[in-house]
Design a protein around this ligand. Structure first.
Ligand code: ZN
Length: 778
């Protein structure tokens, strides 16, 4: 037997191609078995699920750093270490939680995650206490509604529902906020809150939004499902449905001490500044200048830890797999004494599962400038699947994919599928936000046991790791050694331009739009406003019939164009743009069709969404609206058409603001006076600040910021005069974005989106609110 094995080995050695070649010319390649072993080490039960901020997170960090050290990779973290230190907001529920309800007759234990949950920012507790029913949990004696009146809740558990009695909601105002309810319960001495649903049978109840300022280490906040509520009320001579009907109808509290007890035992922590670390290693570039440029590859090493019930989330696929591929590429490159021109950074991120915290920290505090980072490749969940490897990010950085497509070996390209990509889901997101071309790799196919116990090493297929490893390894080598300048100008601005849903306010006739942009797939223009123009010389019914005919022809014509989709209220602009299509919304240019008969506005609104009016002088007479003006406004207000007006003076604007019952968009080159701004804000209408064809971007953004200060981004929109499909318009908009990013801190999370499209869509919805809800069927 031994002899036979020896013979087999000899034959193997003789014919093994890898060993017969000259060692010096054969670089080592990605070893899938080795990568599999790192995954195995990282995903044993002893690793306890690698949760950042927990000891288990530290074990993962130490393991990876020790391997980097063993292989001789250069440390790329703080002070010559492999670690980039930072703190995270950390929440944790320790293993071993208990919740029981004790009635006079029986005691029942409830199952965590199915029957009840610990709410965010809950504290800890181990006690038995009586449950007091307090309805909506509102304590507003000053407003004559106190659901705690006459009750002693000191040391007890209060139970209430979200919201407030509808009839009283106006009167109660802030007192009905979750925040104030929780504070009231705590101030009155309650030990815990349990929230539940007033009417059973509405599916799972995940609870309420608690904010972190409410955290108190000794104050417990739980949510319960219907079956627990039922059990609490089982032996009581009343029901929740009845109680809430009484509160709602009579506006009187129905609170009472239930006599039922809760036994609660849990340890729940919140730490605003829990230390954790990214693990970073590097290979310094060999080129004198290019070594100050960077290629980063990474994946998150953290996972979900241990559940309150004691289940370990091993996270073999998510994301020991991506981590292991990063590690193995680092090992192989070092072993091959790779001398890339640019510096390569190998990153294992902490805190991804708690909100992309590690990669975000790196991008906000980059040890190596993100402006000089030519690309980032992220791997998250790459351990099994069909065998195809999607490589997503092409829409945002086509130039990087083009380069790789040209240079990657054919056998790798065979299974690599380029994809549109974009932010969301994993650690490539913060890089995109900084303008770094960032690609996301996640293997194709069903990912078993996602965020569940059972995501274990036995799911991991080495042959899949090999494909991912070869692809990313080859890509890194190409990107790190490609000569020339790979950093495109205005790449961060370009990302914003592409990522935001951008509206093109160049009101062109539809045939114009289709002729020039019909087959444009994946344009940065997401919403194109197109118009039907009123034909000169026509009036009255003749004109209206002509408009309807044009509309029919146009919508028929639209079907031919793959890159364009007609707007419909049931499909969002972003949904279309994620599929690479520009949404086209039709409106009417001119107002003659609406001057003499208000009924027609509703008919036209079946296919048209807005009216652009640049001459509304007929509306205004001495001391108010003219008869014709009233007719016109009545028509527009009774339809769902959104009115966009231009060229009104201040008195006319004011009058229109007062008289119109539906939102109006005021298109202006300069900021209107204060009183008008206040009226726009108060009525939640909108100001479209015109970006003129030759306007200086810096001056425009100053105006924009002033307007935003006055009315907020949700009432403001950027209205371009140049066509955004063209070079001039696109270039001007990029410069506007650039100016905005100079004062980045002035723009909140939603502001860009409001200014580019959301404000417009909001007022459009408002205009449609009272009008025809049906959509035109083509
Ligand atoms: Zn993941």
């Amino acid at each position: 037997m031994k002899k036979f094995l020896g013979l087999l080995l000899a034959v193997f050695i003789l014919f093994s191609p890898a060993l017969t070649k000259d060692k010096k010319t054969t670089p080592y390649s990605f070893d899938a078995q080795a990568a599999w072993t790192y995954i195995k080490d990282l995903s044993t039960d002893e690793m306890q699920g690698r949760k950042s901020g927990q000891p288990s997170g530290v074990w993962g960090e130490e393991y990876i750093a020790s391997k980097f050290k063993e292989w001789g990779l250069e440390p790329a973290g703080d002070n010559g270490t492999y670690f980039q230190n930072f703190t995270i907001e950390h929440r944790h529920i320790a293993e071993g939680v208990q919740f029981e309800i004790v009635t006079e007759k029986e005691r029942r234990d409830f199952y965590y995650g199915e029957d009840w949950r610990v709410q965010r920012y809950s504290g800890s507790g181990h006690f038995t206490a009586e449950i007091v029913f307090v309805g909506y949990g509102i304590h507003a004696p000053a407003k004559d509604f106190d659901e705690y009146a006459g009750l002693d809740v000191e040391g007890k558990v209060v139970m209430f529902v979200d919201g407030s009695p509808q009839k009283l909601s106006r009167k109660l105002g802030d007192a009905a906020n979750t925040r104030n309810k929780i504070e009231a319960a705590r101030k009155l001495g309650a030990r815990a809150i349990i929230v539940f649903r007033p009417t059973p049978g509405q599916g799972r109840f995940y609870g309420i939004g608690v904010d972190k300022e409410l955290y108190d280490p000794d104050f417990v906040i739980l949510s319960i499902e219907d079956n627990v509520t039922d059990f609490i009320f089982k032996d009581l001579k009343t029901e929740t449905r009845y109680l809430f009907r009484e509160i709602d109808d009579k506006g009187k509290p129905q609170s009472f001490e239930t006599g039922v007890k809760a036994f609660i035992s849990l340890n729940s922590y919140f730490d605003e500044k829990r230390p954790t670390r990214n693990v970073l290693a590097k290979i310094t570039g060999s080129d004198r200048t290019l070594k100050d440029e960077y290629v980063v590859i990474g994946g998150h090493m953290d996972h979900l830890g241990v559940s309150p019930l004691g289940d370990v989330y091993n996270g073999a696929n998510d994301n020991a797999s991506g981590t292991a591929v990063v590690m193995e590429i680092a090992r192989v490159m070092k072993l091959n004494k790779a001398r890339p021109k640019r510096t390569v950074i190998f990153a294992c991120w902490a805190g991804e599962e708690q909100g992309l915290l590690g990669s975000r920290y790196y991008c906000d505090h980059p040890p190596y400038p993100v402006e000089r980072t030519i690309a980032y490749i992220n791997m998250d969940m790459v351990g099994h699947g069909s065998g195809n490897v999607p490589f997503r990010g092409e829409y945002y950085s086509p130039e990087i994919w083009k380069l790789l497509e040209k240079k990657l070996p054919k056998e790798i390209l065979k299974y690599t599928i380029p994809g549109r990509g974009g932010p969301g889901g994993s650690d490539h997101t913060p890089f995109l936000g900084k303008g770094v071309p960032a690609y996301a790799v996640m293997t194709e196919g069903y990912h078993f046991k996602y965020h569940r116990p059972g995501d274990d090493i036995d799911l991991i297929k080495p042959e899949i790791l090999k494909r991912v490893g070869d692809l990313v390894h080859a890509s890194v080598e190409i990107l790190a050694s490609e000569p020339g300048d790979l950093i495109l100008p205005m790449r961060r601005e370009t990302y914003y331009l592409k990522y935001q849903d951008l509206t093109n306010f160049k009101f062109e006739p539809l045939d114009h739009v289709t002729a020039s942009h019909g087959d444009a797939k994946d344009s940065h223009v997401d919403l194109q406003l197109a118009v039907v123009e009123e034909k000169e010389g026509l009036s009255g019914d003749e004109l209206r019939v002509d408009i309807i005919n044009t509309l029919f022809d146009m919508t028929e014509e639209m079907k031919k164009f793959k890159g364009l989709t007609l707007y419909s209220p049931s499909r969002s602009v972003s949904m279309n743009s994620r599929q690479g299509r520009t949404t086209v919304m039709l409106g009417l240019k001119g107002i003659d069709a609406l001057r003499d008969n208000p009924k027609w506005a509703r008919v036209l609104a079946e296919g048209l969404y807005f009216v652009v009016a640049d001459d509304l002088s007929f509306l205004f007479g001495e001391g108010g609206l003219t008869e014709e003006g009233k007719t016109f406004l009545k028509g527009v207000n009774s339809s769902s058409l959104l009115l966009l007006v231009k060229g009104l003076d201040s008195a006319q604007t004011k009058l229109l603001l007062e008289e119109s019952k539906k939102p109006v968009v005021f298109l202006e080159e300069e900021l209107p006076d204060k009183e008008i701004l206040e009226l726009i804000k108060e009525k939640e209408y909108a100001l479209g600040l015109i970006l003129s064809a030759d306007e200086e971007p810096a001056a425009y953004v100053r105006k924009l910021e002033e307007a935003k200060e006055a009315i907020g981004a949700s009432c403001l929109m950027i209205v371009n005069e140049n066509c955004l499909w063209g070079t001039a318009g696109k270039g001007q908009m990029l410069k506007v974005i650039s100016e905005m990013l100079k004062n980045e801190e002035k723009y909140g999370r939603r502001d860009f989106s409001d200014l580019f499209s959301s404000t417009f869509l909001r007022v459009l919805r408002m205009a449609r609110g009272g009008g025809a809800q049906t959509s035109f069927s083509y």
